[in-house]
Design a binder for this molecule. Sequence first.
Ligand SMILES: Nc1nc2c(ncn2[C@@H]2O[C@H](COP(=O)(O)OP(=O)(O)OP(=O)(O)O)[C@@H](O)[C@H]2O)c(=O)[nH]1
Ligand SMILES: [Mg+2]
Length: 375
Amino acid sequence: MGCGSDCVDACRSGWGIRCRFPIVEPDYGHTKLRLSKEGLEAIQRINTPIAAVSVIGPYRSGKSFLLNQLLSLSCNKGFGVGHMRDTKTKGIWVWGTPVEIDVDGSKVSVLYLDTEGFESIGKSNVYDDRIFALAAVLSSVLVYNLPETIREADISRLSFAVELAEEFYGRVKGQDVAFEPAKLLWLIQRDFLQGKSVQQMVDEALQRVPNSNGDKYIDEVNQIRDSLAVMGDNSTAFSMPQPHLQRTKLCDMEDQELDPLYVERRDALKQLVASMIKPKLVQGRTLNGKEFVSFLGQILEALNKGEIPSTGSLVEVFNKGILERCLTLYTEKMERVSLPVSVDKLQQVHDLAEDEARKLFDKQHFGLQKLWFSQ
Ligand SMILES: Nc1nc2c(ncn2[C@@H]2O[C@H](COP(=O)(O)OP(=O)(O)OP(=O)(O)O)[C@@H](O)[C@H]2O)c(=O)[nH]1
Ligand SMILES: [Mg+2]
């Protein structure tokens, strides 16, 4: 279902067509991720600052349907929705027309990202973690779509994202904030709350568990909960009732046929998401389409490298690309020297070339400068 092959071909030929593209796809064995060129070429053409909104969550939890609802798209046109096994979302997809909004007087292009669900059969937890980490890293707003209540696995997944954010993007509480972590929106679907507000439920799920016997497992769980406290005000909870009892017919229904309470909450959710969007900042700077794509490429490479990405390796990869650009700049300058040349002149050219390369590095590097000297 969704945009068929003609539509994808049309999308390939230009930006601006209302269509969906993959930006990241699983490799053959469904363990690693690879970039998908078409979607990225389209994103590269965006010149304004970018913000991404991702919907993540378990397999078959209505993520694609929700995104279509947020973008006011029918299932035919929008992201692939389905109850059949072969219609599930694979990798990460983007809606082809960014939504332009105004944030504090500046134009921001918002990309809506649909992700592959967790916990489906035939793939590893590591793969799920990679999808999750990538969405968490790229997004300004992360919508965690849960069909029911919050489970232990959701808590540990989130803590993993927070740890990534803390180590990779800078110390969240410190001064050296290189990267702003995504704002988290817990979206809890269904009508099971039994009098509790969703915020209450999220707060309870995140509370420390008493551990008077010093149980090692409970200790670990509590540590995970502590790391989530970093999210603080960045986490909001929101509930949605079911759109309709006949879940397999949802795609054929107009607004008038859906539960009016659902329609009301969906419209409130649209506004809430819009109010949370801020352009993605890396090292205090916004990213245009090209920068966003290169950032995505670097993170993907790092995530594919390790079983569970060691956050140190992410920083290394990020800096390696920058270092390579600086060394190329240095080499280009040195190659312009025509031989023979005096030692003094050579030293002079070297000093100038090094100075320029170092300035470029200082402008772009991530983390500590010691890397320059250790290479
Ligand atoms: N009951 C109910 N069903 C829903 C809801 N949203 C979507 N569905 C139905 O659930 C099925 C799966 O929906 P999708 O939107 O494809 O779910 P998904 O999370 O994107 O699935 P994957 O991409 O496979 O992870 C479809 O039959 C939808 O019609 C919802 O809020 N409530
Ligand atoms: Mg889907």
